[in-house]
Design a protein around this ligand. Structure first.
Ligand code: TXA
Ligand code: MG
Length: 321
């Protein structure tokens, strides 16, 4: 079996070819600023079915639709509240997904049978170029979950996509686009915009303060949202190694903490981020590195405080869940 190709989109021809394959039903792993996605034409039911198969994901889980600019939002969503438009104007392209009332083209096979659709404009030059060409060919958007097997760590570079999904992809038509290492490193903030006020379903780089500043409205905390966002499962984003957050370190354990925290004796340092941005950016690669080194247990000291630290703690809690 030939290897799944990994390609840099360096010229117009490669972009056109990839867009054409996408419109013919291929699966293409796309780099974004958050994590790598596994993309397919969001209106092609067969291609979407392959995404679920390749990921090993339950079929009632909704998938985020990505497009090239805010101009395409009306194709996928309707009754968009004013605060959601303000957010999109300010933070797109960027690490933010808006959950909105769906339009007629957002079918059940994308929304998991729900009446809502998740939409996002990712901030990555190669992927924006690909999306532009895809729109030129008549496409309305690409559905893309993170390019990992269900429940495991999202990939933040092209090689990690290959080791996660390579053997499930079809080298004859599918493709992995190499866009370097993701700059944010954790998945987009998901904001429910189907109510009078926004609420955060998944924390990320776009924080509550950033939402309030732009919209001028309050952000609701929903104890239990009626919206199903299965990425919020308690055990998710997990490597093979056992992730432990309590700081009890034995010899041979992996260790991840901010740079100023010393490595405990006998532990194997996997990452020493200097600040929160750095922490988010290298966390998943560090967890994968632990698996590569066949480390059985990784001890992680979560960052304290607000802002991006909230999202990092959220992912760590799930990884250890
Ligand atoms: O940063 C990201 O969001 C990445 C990149 C590739 O864009 N994508 C990503 O997709 O993380 P995924 O499928 O791995 O996680 C998306 C989460 C899932 O938990 C899904 O259930 C939730 O978003 N979601 C998608 N559409 C939704 C909807 N209509 N209502 C509620 N939750 C939704
Ligand atoms: Mg995911």
């Amino acid at each position: 079996m030939p290897n799944i190709p990994i390609l840099k989109l360096t010229n117009q021809e490669s972009i056109k070819n990839a867009a054409k394959n996408l419109s013919l039903g291929a699966l293409i792993s796309i780099p974004t600023e958050t994590v790598y996605g596994l993309a397919a034409d969001a209106e092609n039911e067969d291609a979407i079915a392959r995404i679920y198969a390749v990921k090993g994901r339950p079929s009632n889980h909704p998938i985020i639709v990505h497009f090239e600019s805010l101009n395409y939002i009306d194709r996928w969503a309707k009754n968009i509240p004013n605060y959601a438009l303000k957010l999109a104007l300010e933070y797109w392209p960027g690490p933010m997904t808006l959950i909105l009332e769906r339009s007629h083209i957002a079918k059940d096979f994308i929304t998991g049978g729900q009446n809502t659709i998740g939409v996002r404009v990712p901030a990555h030059t190669s992927t924006l170029a690909l999306l532009r060409e895809f729109h030129n060919l008549g496409g309305n958007g690409v559905a893309a979950p993170s390019a990992n097997r269900f429940g495991s760590v999202s990939p933040t570079d092209a090689e990690s996509v290959k080791s996660e999904l390579g053997k499930y992809l079809d080298p004859e038509k599918d493709l992995i686009i190499d866009g370097g290492q993701c700059s944010v490193g954790i998945e987009s903030t998901i904001i429910d915009c189907t109510d009078t006020f926004p609420s955060i379903l998944r924390s990320g780089f776009i924080t509550e303060e950033m939402i309030i500043r732009v919209t001028g409205v309050q952000v609701l905390t929903k104890e239990k949202s009626f919206i199903r966002a299965p990425g919020l499962l308690e055990h998710h984003y997990a490597p093979i190694a056992k992730v432990v957050l309590d700081g009890n370190v034995s010899i041979g354990d992996g260790f991840i903490a901010l740079g100023h925290i010393k490595t405990p004796k006998g532990a194997i340092r996997l990452a020493s981020p200097e600040n929160l941005e750095d922490y988010a950016k290298i966390l998943y690669a560090a967890l994968r590195d632990g698996d590569k080194k066949k480390i059985a247990k990784i001890v992680v000291i979560p960052p304290s405080g607000a802002g991006l630290a909230i999202a990092i703690r959220d992912r760590l809690t799930r990884a250890s869940g």
